[in-house]
Unconditional design. Structure first.
Length: 255
């Protein structure tokens, strides 16, 4: 197992557990540029995902993002929902509800997270992690920091989809993918005009995508669908393993 990747996971744990007590960034609504708040229902103030792929059956991801809700039509963008199953676990979680001036209203921990079965007939073991909270007076911001662990067959890496709806803008979104340098991956990008960097250090390849100052795309009746406009990066390992069976994803149509 790659020791540098293991060191990275340990460092992520120490940073997460020791450094977070309150918002580290001023999340006042007044600091959103006019070009990003105009016609926006919600604004992604910042979003980071660092995904560390160790092997075909082991990976982890660290997420941190803040979403400011400006109108009632953007409230759903502040909700927390993540998929889970027997091999996909939420390992750490913290959230902070902030008012329009940047003042903390309430904080949440992992004990506040609920789960619900995806199938009402228990046909699968898949479920959803979610957080229930009462929305305050508009505008407000939700800040989330959490980690996921993956221990089953890994077919895909988390998609980098920095914009999740019409009328949503993005100040900054960063996606980092760490893999052993020997790992072959597949990539597919669409509508992505941000920056990309790649470097290798001591057997680990780090790829980073960054999107800044994305203005909201307004919904228009009869216009093309949402995904025809929005930026995204999809990626996956070429080799995978599931239930002790190994396979190969041979083309980008599979991701």
């Amino acid at each position: 197992m790659n020791t540098n990747l293991l060191k990275g996971i340990l460092l992520s744990f120490l940073v997460f557990s020791s450094s977070y007590a309150a918002p580290k960034t001023d999340l006042s609504i007044q600091l959103i540029p006019d070009s990003l708040s105009k016609n926006a229902y919600s604004v992604v103030r910042f979003s980071t995902c660092e995904y560390t792929y160790v092997s075909t059956v082991s990976a982890s991801a660290r997420f941190s993002y803040a979403v400011s809700v400006l109108t009632k039509d953007g409230i759903s963008e502040s909700y927390f929902i993540e998929n889970g199953d027997k091999s996909t676990k939420l390992s750490k979680f913290r959230a902070t509800l902030v008012d329009g001036t940047g003042k903390t209203i309430k904080t949440f921990g992992k004990s506040d997270i609920g789960t619900s079965a995806v199938s009402s007939h228990l046909a699968t073991d898949n479920f959803k992690y979610y957080l229930d909270f009462t929305e305050p007076v508009l505008p407000f911001t939700m800040l989330y920091e959490y980690e996921m662990e993956y221990t089953g067959g890994i077919f895909q890496f988390p998609a980098f989809l920095p914009v999740s709806s019409f009328n949503q803008s993005v100040q900054q979104a960063v996606y980092t993918l760490n893999t052993p340098s020997a790992t072959q991956i597949q990539l597919k990008t669409r509508n992505f005009n941000g920056s990309f960097s790649e470097n290798e250090v001591k057997g680990t390849t780090t790829r980073t995508w960054t999107l800044k100052n994305f203005k909201p795309v307004e919904y228009e009746r009869f216009a093309p669908g949402f995904w025809d406009y929005m930026p995204g990066v999809l990626s996956s390992p070429v080799e995978f393993e599931f239930d002790k069976t190994k396979g190969v994803l041979s083309n980008t149509q599979t991701i």
